[in-house]
Design a protein around this ligand. Structure first.
Ligand code: AR6
Length: 168
């Protein structure tokens, strides 16, 4: 498994799956979630609604998958990061779970390339350095058994990009 760093708008990437930093309603929002639904079109939202109807809301740390709609990516994996509440309410484990559950969906669906945004580090307020440490550790921990070829960390802001550059 190759880990790559890009400074990019995740909606432009031609990969097997892009990961969305969603909320539990799966109905869209701001940040990267808004960008993915805008660029991907209404089909993604329809699929999200069908998932909620079937299995209910998506709790923090979990992930579900839809098609990529109009995106160049084949699929969107919607995961719900933790809201930062100071770090003592299980946030680190929930954030690590977002990465692991998303990668497991890739394995289960034979997806070979996946791009992650910096989950929870925008509207949800997770401090960027510890979030990056968790992201890289979780992906590396997963890689031993997986047949995923490429994992891209798609950083949007300069601060995250610099943090990941130092880490990778
Ligand atoms: N491509 C890649 N990364 C992006 C893009 C983009 N187009 N746009 C923003 N980012 P956020 P969260 C980065 O706030 O903190 C939504 O309303 C951004 O710089 O999108 O997990 C959901 O519905 C930041 O580093 O997600 C939830 O309610 C990272 O994406 C809530 O926000 C994550 O920021 C989730 O908050």
């Amino acid at each position: 498994m190759e880990l790559r760093l890009l400074k990019a708008d995740i909606t432009t990437l031609e990969v097997g799956a892009v990961v969305n930093a969603a909320n539990s309603s799966l109905l869209g929002g701001g940040g990267v979630d808004g960008a993915i639904h805008r660029a991907g079109g209404p089909r993604i939202l329809e699929e999200c609604k069908a998932i909620v109807k079937r299995i209910g809301r998506c709790p923090p740390g979990e992930a579900v998958m839809t098609s990529g709609g109009n995106l160049p990516a084949d699929h969107v994996i919607h995961t719900v990061g933790p809201v930062w509440r100071g770090g003592k309410e299980g946030e680190p484990a929930l954030l690590a779970s977002c990465y692991a559950r998303s990668l497991q969906l890739c394995v289960d669906n034979d997806i070979r390339s996946v791009a992650f945004p910096n989950i929870s580090t925008g509207i949800y307020g997770y401090p960027k350095q510890p979030a990056a440490d968790i992201a890289v550790t979780a992906v590396r921990a997963f890689s031993s058994s997986a047949k995923i070829d490429t994992v891209i960390f798609a950083c949007f802001d300069d601060e995250n990009h610099e943090i990941y550059r130092a880490l990778l």
